[in-house]
Design a protein around this ligand. Structure first.
Ligand SMILES: Cc1cc2nc3c(=O)[nH]c(=O)nc-3n(C[C@H](O)[C@H](O)[C@H](O)COP(=O)(O)O)c2cc1C
Length: 248
């Protein structure tokens, strides 16, 4: 299964059977995690074959069952690259993760590399779902380790799905991208958008906007939505893989 097929095949699966994940698949995943950590500076960690890899913690929404394997997406807030814009910022609310530029950069990075791992999971013939674990930073006896300033940002459950998933509804493409006036959408840009529209976002809100510029470059920004910057990171990864063009 190539990455584009994995994007089509990926659906959020929240219930898993007790069948263990085989050692080859776990080893392949661990080496992809090592590659992501080396490239990104994140501190992504995996566990497998636990009774409850979510440690009894509440998920932000959605009911999960039989989660024996999981990947913790961990990192420290980092200063954003020069000239980077924060996109959508939810000020004065409890969603503090979206107000600080360092947090925003971390969330987008977690989305980008987490989705790379989610697609690797699907390529291994397994199922996965993104999730938020409430109060994960304070969990006693956690299987993940937090370094100085690090926090656990999001979690990927994975394993053998107990039931199939369905395709999520998408906003129309015109609401998710803009082109210079009078420009027809290039084929490569459409391929990127079709892939971005398959990316998971919290509550399926698709809080992102891709822009094709006059000079042929592409940028993307978060729009209003829950955990928008993580979803933006997921969508950017899909776009880049499918279009062969990088997104700033
Ligand atoms: C950043 C992020 C956070 C998510 N958090 C949760 C969660 O806390 N609970 C849950 O059940 N699903 C969660 N999801 C899964 C989304 O609800 C799901 O991906 C979305 O509805 C699209 O459906 P699909 O993945 O089947 O395409 C999350 C997804 C993302 C990208």
């Amino acid at each position: 299964m190539d990455l584009l097929e994995a994007m089509e095949a990926r659906h959020a699966i929240r219930m898993y059977t007790d069948e263990p994940v085989d050692a080859d698949a776990l080893a392949a995943l661990q080496s992809e995690i090592d590659a992501c950590n080396a490239e990104s500076g994140l501190h992504i960690q995996m566990t497998h074959d636990l009774d409850d890899a979510f440690l009894g913690l509440k998920t932000h929404y959605g009911r999960f069952k039989g989660v024996h394997n999981a990947i913790a997406l961990i990192g420290a807030p980092v200063p954003p690259a020069e000239g980077a814009t924060a996109g959508w910022v939810k000020e004065g609310t409890a969603d503090e993760a979206a107000t600080d530029p360092g947090e925003i950069t971390l969330q987008e990075k977690v989305g980008y590399y987490g989705e790379r791992l989610a697609l690797k999971i699907v390529q291994s013939g397994l199922q996965t779902s993104w999730s938020v674990l409430d109060n994960a930073d304070a969990a006693p006896d956690a299987w993940w380790k937090l370094g100085p300033d690090e926090k656990i940002v999001w979690v990927l459950a994975f394993g053998h799905g107990a039931r199939p998933g369905g395709k999520h509804r998408s906003k129309p493409i015109e609401e998710l991208c803009t082109l210079p006036e009078g420009t027809e959408m290039p084929e490569w840009f459409r391929r990127g958008m079709d892939a971005a529209m398959l990316a998971p976002t919290s509550l399926s809100q698709q809080p992102f906007l891709f822009t094709l510029h006059e000079d042929g470059s592409v940028s993307a920004a978060a729009t209003e939505g829950l955990f928008a910057h993580v979803g933006l990171g997921c969508a950017k990864y899909h776009f880049e893989v499918a279009s062969g063009h990088s997104v700033r």
